[in-house]
Design a protein around this ligand. Structure first.
Ligand SMILES: CC(C)(COP(=O)(O)OP(=O)(O)OC[C@H]1O[C@@H](n2cnc3c(N)ncnc32)[C@H](O)[C@@H]1OP(=O)(O)O)[C@@H](O)C(=O)NCCC(=O)NCCS
Length: 309
């Protein structure tokens, strides 16, 4: 049984070592996870954290740690976010002991939504499931060079959206939310951030792809450079809001659209594409698998007070 206490500055080097070890192992097992880590920056962030970090000790040896960043969602709900560098543990008992302390503090602060991003492997994911977390999203990656020339079905063409296409993007977004709200997802999408979408589309680095069939828009994707984030390779684009009108599905439209975009991104110097999907969206999961995406991370969630039994 490990002893749990709050982190003090002399523990920081051991925590950074644990994060580096876990990231290195993740990268060895999955080359889509980058091994680059700025240890100094991570040390500084642990030394300066406003939110507490708990550590687990076996004697004097560090065997785990847990912290979170609290963020307010557009809905106003506050969540505790645990990224891969915010935790380390050898087994479920250590994680459980750490979460008992950390979770109690978050609850005392009124933070009932606990969100975890972790490497998509049984040893990193399953201990959270044992504690009552549920799998919600999966992230994956693809090498752009693995895709060939687009093979468009007859009658379809791609154009780049303009500022005048904001309403079209909102329409496709509604379609996505509507489908997520149905089974088997039964998701309650966050209130939509129209200004955020406007800003994304207005960014010169964003590509809003609109596919038309005989002049009528039937599909879209929004592509932009992935912000630098630990574990992601540089020169990665994020593929988002990929939607095809129901009547045009199953004809290879999404595949051709993404191949076109992959080709364009490659010519702009990008090497990888990153994508996130809801795990209960089985069509999306099957589509990305067929498209050649390799899973990298999984996002797990626990909403205390609602699902507690
Ligand atoms: C997922 C989606 C974009 C696929 O678009 P599409 O144009 O029908 O996809 P394609 O025709 O290019 O499909 C390519 C391959 O993906 C797989 N696939 C696509 N849809 C599938 C489904 N519903 N079930 C199982 N496999 C599927 C198949 O392997 C398919 O190849 P095949 O037709 O030779 O069997 C579309 O269903 C959609 O818009 N869904 C709602 C929005 C959404 O969930 N977007 C993803 C957000 S992450």
């Amino acid at each position: 049984m490990s002893a749990i206490r709050l982190l003090v500055s002399s523990d920081v080097d051991d925590v950074v070592e644990a994060v580096a070890r876990d990231q290195h192992r993740a990268s060895e097992l999955n080359h889509f996870i980058d091994t680059a880590l700025d240890r100094e920056e991570l040390s500084d962030s642990y030394r300066r954290r406003q939110t507490p970090t708990w550590i687990a000790l076996d004697g004097t040896r560090l065997v785990g740690h847990l912290t979170a960043t609290t963020l307010q969602r557009p809905s106003g709900r506050v969540s505790a976010w645990i990224s891969p560098d915010a935790t380390s543990f050898d087994d479920v008992a250590t994680l459980g002991a750490l979460y008992a302390f950390a979770g109690a503090r978050w609850l005392a602060d009124g933070v009932k939504d606990h969100e975890v991003w972790t490497y998509d492997r049984p040893d990193t994911r399953d201990p959270w499931l044992e504690l009552g977390f549920a799998q919600r999203f999966r992230r994956g990656c693809l090498e752009l060079a693995s895709r060939g020339e687009p093979n468009w079905p007859p009658g379809y063409r791609l154009r780049h959206g303009t500022r005048d296409d904001l309403d079209l993007a909102l329409h496709f977004n509604d379609l996505l939310d509507h489908e997520d709200a149905a089974g088997p997802s039964f998701a309650r999408p966050e209130p939509f951030d129209r200004d955020g979408l406007d800003e994304t589309l207005d960014d010169p680095d964003t590509v809003h792809a609109v596919v038309e069939h005989r002049g009528v828009p039937v599909a879209q994707a929004i592509v932009f450079p992935l912000l630098p984030v630990r574990g992601a390779h540089e020169r990665t684009v994020h593929l988002s809001a990929v939607v095809v009108e129901p009547a045009h599905r199953g004809r290879g439209v999404a595949t051709a659209m993404l191949d076109d975009l992959a080709d364009e991104a490659r010519r702009r110097g990008f090497q990888y594409a990153d994508v996130t999907w809801r795990t209960a969206n089985l069509a999306a999961a099957a589509f990305w698998r067929a498209y050649g995406v390799t899973a990298t991370y999984v996002r797990l969630q626990r909403r205390l007070g609602e699902d507690a039994t």
